[in-house]
Design a binder for this molecule. Sequence first.
Ligand SMILES: [Zn+2]
Length: 302
Amino acid sequence: MRKLNVVYNHNYDIPLPDGHRFVGTKFSDLYNYIKDSDIYKNLIIHKSIEAPISDVQCVHKSEYVLNVKQGSLSRADERKINLPWSKRLARRSFLAIQGTLQTSQLALENGVACHLAGGTHHAFKDCGSGFCVFNDLAYASIALLNQKKVKKILILDLDVHQGDGTASICEKIDNIFTCSIHCKNNFPFNKKNSNLDVPIDDEVNDVKYINILTKTLDQIESNFTPDIVFYDAGVDVHSNDDLGNLNLTDDGIKKRDEIVCEYFKEKKIPICTVIGGGYSKNRQELASRHFSIFETVSKTYL
Ligand SMILES: [Zn+2]
């Protein structure tokens, strides 16, 4: 029996004030949900380690990295991130970006691997934004290129929000192709240029979305053949998500994940999945939505 490699760390949760929009326990909630599921016995769980400061400084501005580490962010910087700084937030920020890199390395060895965090796609070179401190997708992609592990990378971002930070950091790197399918009328309101942006209208349902996704995959194929794919499987495309404006059902998200996994499996292109965004006050419901990608990967690959 093949096993699925998954990366996690018990220090991913963030302490937040009551009523905050971000669910600070969503990482351990998801871990516990997976632990109680049938797929758990087929997982190999790897613990993420903290990214070295100098490595993070290859992607983010040195001063910003130090401000995150030391808790000396300006009020304006903290407001942009929209999460209160804490030692735990700083630590988890270094853990989670390295976690995505570790996941991508496992994906290269095994064809697929999943991170129980990641998708912090709003973080820019010199500041964080929208609940994102550092950009794990850009960090891991640039590290893989520097390590000469791969030549070409696709970042496929299906979170409901545009991957503006990723687009901006990777803009001048020819070997990284960024693609974002996102809701037109949603955060960030000042969109950046990905290599391929697919803005979609509010209330798009399962059928329309799947149609758009299939066309987009074909469009990428005619432009770019990657050695690895980073897949941001954000679940804020769900109709009941607190911050999304689309109308996807649980089945629609499942179908989306199946299409992506089967597409790249068939082409023998390794895939590294990250959980991306998902917002619901119902913690169990949120965990079950994020579980979808782990279930689909297990079914497709094991
Ligand atoms: Zn999002």
